[in-house]
Design a protein around this ligand. Structure first.
Ligand code: HEM
Length: 209
């Protein structure tokens, strides 16, 4: 539970912030949305998330491009069955490459481009296992049981980071290395190094800034 819940959410948040630093127009749009919905006198909280459609779209677009569990977990048939005319023997192991599905040009226009608006505009497609184009949580009976918590954690921590700070590349960096480190979970090869400048009142940071 801890392994499946903590790593996945923090990896997604780190990728989302990396994409936003590389795409300042998206960062600005998210900041404006939060400023309008929440203002500058308090920190964004969970109740605000329903008013933050763009921030939620950022989380989904990040999960499309950087699914933290890129091959899901292995699934195995318990008994022989037929799927689309193919005989699948018992004990067949299936691996689903959701990383590749999320970048397939047959389903996604300009798949390599980070564009949260595709989820804001095409809200018919969601990441919750009902549509097969993005499957970051898997689908069906063995899909992630922590999906609701995972999404809320990513959306809320991301919203706080966007609201609380102006983000730029760390001094000395010209561009972000977006290489992935392949494994059971898909992390950044190089951890994100960025400069965070507070943009809210000092008391909202609990004495940290
Ligand atoms: C962004 C956050 C998360 C992502 C992307 C994610 C993704 C996944 C994926 C892809 C699977 C495998 C599904 C399959 O093979 O069909 C999985 C399984 C699982 N996840 Fe998550 N997860 C996240 C957060 C969480 C959280 C917060 C918890 C618990 C607090 C959690 C608990 C689990 C457990 C227990 C399983 C194994 C379920 C089983 O084998 O039946 N996950 N998750």
């Amino acid at each position: 539970m801890f392994g499946a819940g903590i790593d996945t959410s923090s990896i997604t948040t780190e990728w989302a912030l990396s994409e936003l630093i590389r795409n300042p127009a998206c960062m600005l749009k998210a900041q404006r949305e939060i400023d309008q919905a929440v203002g500058f006198d308090r920190a964004v909280n969970e109740d605000d998330l329903s008013n933050l459609g763009y921030v939620r779209a950022i989380a989904k677009e990040t999960l499309r491009l950087h699914p933290p569990v890129p091959l899901l977990v292995p699934h195995e048939s318990t008994q022989e069955c037929m799927i689309n005319g193919f005989r699948v023997p018992a004990r067949t192991r299936a691996t689903v490459n959701v990383w590749s599905i999320g970048r397939d040009p047959r389903w996604w226009e300009r798949p390599e481009v980070f564009d949260p608006d595709r989820f804001a505009a095409r809200s018919a497609i969601d990441v919750k296992g009902q549509h097969f184009e993005p499957l970051p949580f898997g689908s069906g009976r063995r899909m992630c049981p922590g999906m609701g918590l995972g999404l809320a954690m990513v959306e809320l921590s991301l919203a706080r980071l966007i609201q609380g700070f102006e983000w730029t590349l760390a001094p000395g960096l010209q561009e972000l290395d977006m290489e992935e480190e392949f494994g059971v979970t898909l992390q950044r090869r190089v951890p994100l190094r960025a400069l965070a400048i507070p943009r809210m009142k000092a008391e909202l940071y609990g004495g940290i800034c």
